[in-house]
Design a protein around this ligand. Structure first.
Ligand SMILES: [Zn+2]
Length: 194
């Protein structure tokens, strides 16, 4: 009984981590983050940041391809080996695929979307327009909102999701945190008025 439970848990955990590997691994290479300030300091709102939001979105969806590995291993385990582990692999990878596809239809999607990239681009355009928030408008994305670092005005009340920078809390803690939050911001966004 216990050994089956443990086998199921191993299969389920493996599947859970594998589908998140693109987000956990790909954007964190040092060379990929040279243009950004270190986590968790505010990150300047420039074309690199907007591109990063779109890359994170791509890595999120790449997870669906990665889900085929635990699905296949689950099938092989169910057929030839350990049924409990195979069931764990199947349940979690299957559930992830279904919930991600459903989230594309509903509004419970990933924290990185095209709409978010467009809203960030608009803030950037506004700060470079004839009517910026102040004379030295310099938007940066802080934990709870995009603010002008000169006049401190809130330019976009959107809490910052994980942006793939190597995390300041260290590799292991950072990975655990990402596995729990799925990259979503932990802080609530600020009100626009503040
Ligand atoms: Zn300003």
């Amino acid at each position: 009984m216990w050994s089956e439970f443990i086998d199921f848990s191993i299969g389920a955990s493996f599947a859970y981590i594998v589908v998140r590997l693109p987000i956990l691994m790909f954007p964190r290479m040092r060379s990929w983050n040279d243009q950004f300030s270190d986590h968790p300091s505010p990150i300047a709102l420039d074309p690199y940041l907007i591109q990063r939001v779109l890359h994170m979105r791509m890595f999120f969806w790449t997870g669906l391809y990665f889900a085929s590995l635990p699905l296949f291993l689950g099938w092989a385990s169910l057929k030839y080996g350990d049924a409990a582990m195979g069931f764990g692999l199947w349940v979690v990878s299957g559930w992830t695929i279904i919930s991600r596809i459903m989230s594309a239809i509903g509004d419970d999607g990933p924290p990185w979307t095209k709409q978010l990239a467009m809203r960030l681009q608009k803030v950037r355009n506004d700060s470079q327009s004839d009517n910026p928030c102040c004379d030295y408008s310099l938007p940066v994305w802080e934990v709870t909102a995009v603010r002008c670092s000169t006049c401190r005005k809130v330019l976009l009340a959107e809490a910052r999701p994980d942006l793939g920078r190597p995390r300041s809390d260290g590799r292991i803690k950072g990975i655990i945190r990402l596995l729990i939050t799925d990259g979503r911001p932990v802080a609530a966004p600020l009100g626009e008025e503040e």
